[in-house]
Design a protein. Structure first.
Ligand code: ADP
Ligand code: ZN
Ligand code: MG
Length: 480
């Protein structure tokens, strides 16, 4: 049987975080009451006059540079004509002929190897409104439209067909999201629709350099949906080809509930959108000095930051990867390390206890009351021996909940560790007296006996006994 391979190109839409829309002053806040963030311009009323949002253009350049694109010297906005209920003007303004970002790439690590996914282009356009389907869609179909989203600045990122499977698609999308989040251009929340992805999928005999007929998968609004959609589509196409049938060029809808892709529409001919330059939005040339300025304004990006954490801070690659996956987490790490100067300890806490608290709360670190200063103070208390590592975990829970500083928590709850022999002695004596059988076991060489006695002392001191001191004292008393 002939061995087949998949070829995948991704088209990603990212809504920008700008305060206002691309051609008017309307707000872009997510979740506002329907049709409250609209005006004659974004509703496309007759005689409206769009004015290009300078910030959106700057941020577009920022995102393009972060994705290793060149900034084209000339940019033009075109009308892409089509009819749809959520498109008030009957056309969408987009950089159809002269996109601003071209020839970029993102590198991903796949099984220890670097794979480069090339980016064909990244262009700026306006988002459409949103249809709200009401009632029983077959018995009495009715839809309402919300134009709040119409005119929100939207970046479209188009890759070359360099992706080979679902796992690579996921790694690429996650890396892309991280990079864009670092630039601050978008929060890329797939669940809120501020990042959306279509996957173009085809198959061909392995080793061939001819592209097969592709289908386009839509409606995949989570990383999981993207991987499941692709994992469904590839074998479907391979089966067709091996059976001697043809893959029909289709747009296919990913059905998350049923776990299948379904044909939405078939298109044998490329749609002709009758694009032409929008007469209301003047084209512009990019000054290389402006491009340099934008480049200088970029923050340290994930790859550079990862390299610094491994090289300068000596973090294991795994730690560096986890910490740099979110800019907020990486910033938190840097700020804490600046205070305590122990990178690995900080990383252990962020990936361990802090990570546990975040998971339980279902939050990102920037959404919590925890601060780098408080984490640094907590680590200081452990280091100075004021509290035990075990107690520190309880204090962390409390800091996370209340945002209070660790010293106050320790003081108010009486959590200072007992590292004073005269305080520990009587407790240990009591435990030894109360457990003659266990003491016998200890002398008989049973390892677990010591652990049990340590546990009993810890229980009586509510976890506050200094572990080293306790172990030493206990052993000494038992042996002599
Ligand atoms: P269309 O004209 O259908 O929009 P484009 O050439 O503009 O197609 O490409 C859109 C996306 O599809 C790009 O990401 C591109 O890499 C990808 N693509 C194009 N041809 C194929 C193919 N045969 N198989 C997989 N992906 C493809
Ligand atoms: Zn408006
Ligand atoms: Mg296209």
């Amino acid at each position: 049987m002939q061995e087949m391979e998949a070829v995948i190109g991704l088209e990603i839409h990212v809504e920008m975080n700008t305060e206002t829309k691309i051609f008017c002053g309307c707000r872009t806040a997510f979740g506002a009451e329907t049709n409250t963030q609209v005006c004659p311009i974004c509703l496309g009323l007759p005689g409206h006059k769009p004015v290009l949002n300078q910030k959106a253009v700057e941020w577009h350049a920022k995102a393009a540079l972060a994705l290793n694109c060149e900034i084209a010297p000339y940019v033009q906005f075109d009308r892409k004509n089509y009819f749809y209920a959520d498109l008030p003007k009957g056309y969408q303004i987009s950089q159809f002929f002269y996109p601003m970002g071209i020839n970029g790439h993102v590198d991903i690590e796949v099984n220890g190897e670097t794979r480069r996914i090339r980016i064909r282009q990244i262009h700026l356009e306006e988002d459409t409104g949103k249809l709200l389907h009401m009632g029983n869609i077959t018995a009495s179909p009715s839809s309402l439209v919300d134009f709040n989203r119409a005119g929100v600045p939207l970046l479209e990122i188009v890759t070359q067909p360099d992706v080979r499977n679902a796992e690579e698609a996921r790694l690429f999308l996650q890396k892309l999201r991280t990079i864009i989040q670092y630039t601050g251009v978008s929060d890329c929340k797939m669940e809120e629709g501020s990042m959306r992805c279509d996957a173009n999928v085809s198959v061909r005999p392995k080793g061939s350099d001819i592209l097969g007929q592709k289908t386009e998968l839509k409606n995949m609004n989570s990383f999981r949906a993207v991987t499941r959609g692709i994992d469904y589509e590839i074998p479907r196409q391979i089966d067709l080809v091996l059976d001697g049938e043809e893959v029909i060029p289709q747009t296919r809808h990913w059905d998350e509930a049923k776990g299948v892709t379904r044909a939405m529409r078939t298109k044998y001919l490329a749609t002709d959108y009758r694009c032409f330059p929008d007469p209301n939005v003047p084209p512009f040339k990019n000054d290389p000095a402006w491009v340099e300025e934008i480049r200088q304004s970029l923050p340290e990006l994930p790859d550079a930051r990862y390299a610094r954490l491994v090289k300068e801070d000596g973090l294991p690659p795994y730690d560096a990867e986890v910490i740099t996956a979110s800019k907020a987490m990486a910033d938190f790490y840097d700020q804490t390390v600046a205070l305590v100067k122990e990178p690995k300890t900080v990383s252990n806490w962020l990936m361990g206890e802090v990570g546990r608290c975040l998971n339980t709360a279902g939050k990102e670190i920037q959404e919590t009351a925890l601060t780098p200063k408080h984490l640094a103070e907590l680590l200081g208390l452990v280091k100075k021996g004021v509290i035990t590592g075990k107690i520190a975990k309880d204090v962390m829970d409390e800091m996370f909940r209340s945002g209070q500083d660790p010293e106050t928590i320790v003081k108010e709850k009486g959590l200072v560790q007992i590292a004073d022999q005269s305080e520990l002695d009587p407790v240990i004596d009591r435990v030894i007296q109360a457990n003659p059988k266990v003491v016998e076991d200890f002398h008989a060489g049973k390892d677990r006996a010591l652990g049990f006695l340590v546990g009993q002392v810890m229980k009586e001191t509510r976890g506050k006994a200094n572990p080293q001191m306790l172990n030493e004292l206990l052993r000494r008393k038992l042996q002599g």
